[in-house]
Design a protein around this ligand. Structure first.
Ligand SMILES: [Ca+2]
Ligand SMILES: [Ca+2]
Ligand SMILES: [Ca+2]
Length: 172
């Protein structure tokens, strides 16, 4: 039992760590998610190289965003019959705005809302972020906080949700 719990909780953790937000430039965040609501879509650049004089060469923009699953409609009904309602996918788009722009899906089965949160202008789950979605990003100082809730159908029409959050240090 303990093993399966660890494995299940590991999935959102591994997803967040695979997003390559590590060392994203603090001054490259669009939007800069400093508000109490956070954002579910963010664009950033990463340092590719630093010259001897300290000049940073930045990557092309990278966008991470929460999107409605292609086969789902945002209406409280399980259109694609997978046992999940209005589920999202987390999409990474690299080389944004260039000829080689390409999107890939980082993960499916992202919940519409972060665990314990509902849309009401209040911080229901007491994590300091208001009305956050199943994927949410918020900046505090030079730390970028990432939140993720994944969900999976279970027996008897139930839905099981796993959630995690992490903080990464941004590049100046
Ligand atoms: Ca569905
Ligand atoms: Ca909250
Ligand atoms: Ca709320």
């Amino acid at each position: 039992m303990a093993v399966s719990m660890a494995s299940a909780e590991g999935e959102p953790f591994l997803t967040l760590n695979g997003l390559q937000t590590q060392s994203a430039g603090v001054h490259t965040l669009v939007p800069d998610p400093v508000g109490n609501f956070g954002v579910d879509t963010i664009t950033f650049k990463k340092p590719l190289a630093v010259s001897a004089a300290g000049v940073v060469t930045w990557s092309a923009p990278i966008t991470i965003g929460l999107q409605l699953e292609e086969t789902e409609t945002d209406n409280g009904v399980d259109q694609n019959h997978n046992g999940l309602i209005d589920e999202r996918a987390l999409v990474i788009t690299r080389d944004v705005g260039t000829a080689s722009q390409k999107s890939t899906i980082a993960c499916h089965r992202v919940a519409e809302w972060f665990l314990g949160e509902t849309s009401n202008g209040a911080d229901d789950n007491g994590n300091g972020v208001i009305d956050e979605h199943g994927f949410c990003v918020r900046r505090v100082g030079d730390l970028l906080y990432l939140y993720l809730t994944l969900e999976s159908p279970a027996d008897g029409g139930q839905v099981v949700r796993w959630t995690t959050s992490t903080a990464i240090v941004l590049h100046n």
